[in-house]
Write a protein that binds this ligand. Structure first.
Ligand SMILES: Cc1ncc(CN)c(N)n1
Length: 221
């Protein structure tokens, strides 16, 4: 079993909880409260700005031009394709651009984004990948699962969200990150591999907290 498959297995109970979270389930059923979705969109936009910075740091830390170019491609696709999904939803749901870019980040958004940026800045390229891998990979898994529900991808509100994350082009990001991390981990000792596992599990837990925060629309007050 590859290193990243082992990580996935170790985080399985957290990932199951993410898949089963009411926010995710109700997107699939088309019954999610639209106010919770709007709240999520705003917080996720802020999160994606920081997530993009991690791809920029990946390009900076890349050991070769091919790796640098791929990080740069995914930086670009997050800023344009993934975040235009949010911009398009915002327009449709009556959220102004100013509201989208300047929403008050919730404690969970701050904690998760700061954790990502901190690990990416202080750590190796392998640590940087371990911190963003659950983001790319779990959304791809969730998108593909929800797309199996008849009619879910055509839902008036949530269909577009499912279509974005079930796409093979989106899945390619996680696949590439897995390949890179498997290569990098193969030359690491047990202690360094355990460090990557801790980071991967922490990000997986933050993914859960992000669904929770969105479902309950929690912020400072
Ligand atoms: C919180 C979170 N995690 C991951 C993704 C997928 N890029 C996202 N949009 N938002």
């Amino acid at each position: 079993m590859s290193f990243t498959q082992q990580l996935r297995q170790k985080a399985d109970s957290i990932w199951k909880a993410n898949h089963e979270h009411p926010f995710v389930q109700e997107i699939g059923a088309g019954t999610l409260d639209l106010e919770a979705f709007k709240y999520y969109m705003k917080q996720d936009y802020l999160y994606l700005i920081e997530y993009s910075r991690v791809f920029a740091l990946g390009a900076f830390k890349a050991p070769d031009l091919e790796t640098m170019a791929t990080f740069s491609t995914y930086l670009q696709s997050t800023l344009t394709e993934e975040m235009s999904l949010h911009r398009s939803y915002a327009k449709r749901l009556g959220i102004t651009e100013d509201e989208l870019e300047h929403a008050q980040p919730s404690p969970t958004t701050i904690a998760y984004s700061s954790y990502m940026i901190s690990e990416a800045q202080k750590g190796s390229l392998a640590q940087l990948i371990a911190v963003i891998l659950p983001c790319a990979w779990s959304y791809s898994e969730i998108g593909k699962k929800l797309a199996e529900i008849p009619g879910a991808s055509e839902h008036a509100h949530y269909g577009e969200w499912i279509q974005m994350y079930q796409d093979d082009e989106f899945a390619a990001i996680a696949e590439w990150l897995c390949t890179k991390l498997d290569q990098l981990a193969s030359s690491l000792n047990d202690r360094e591999q355990e460090q990557l596992e801790t980071i991967f599990i922490t990000s997986s837990r933050f993914e859960y907290l992000f669904w929770e925060m969105s479902y309950h629309q929690t912020n400072w007050e």
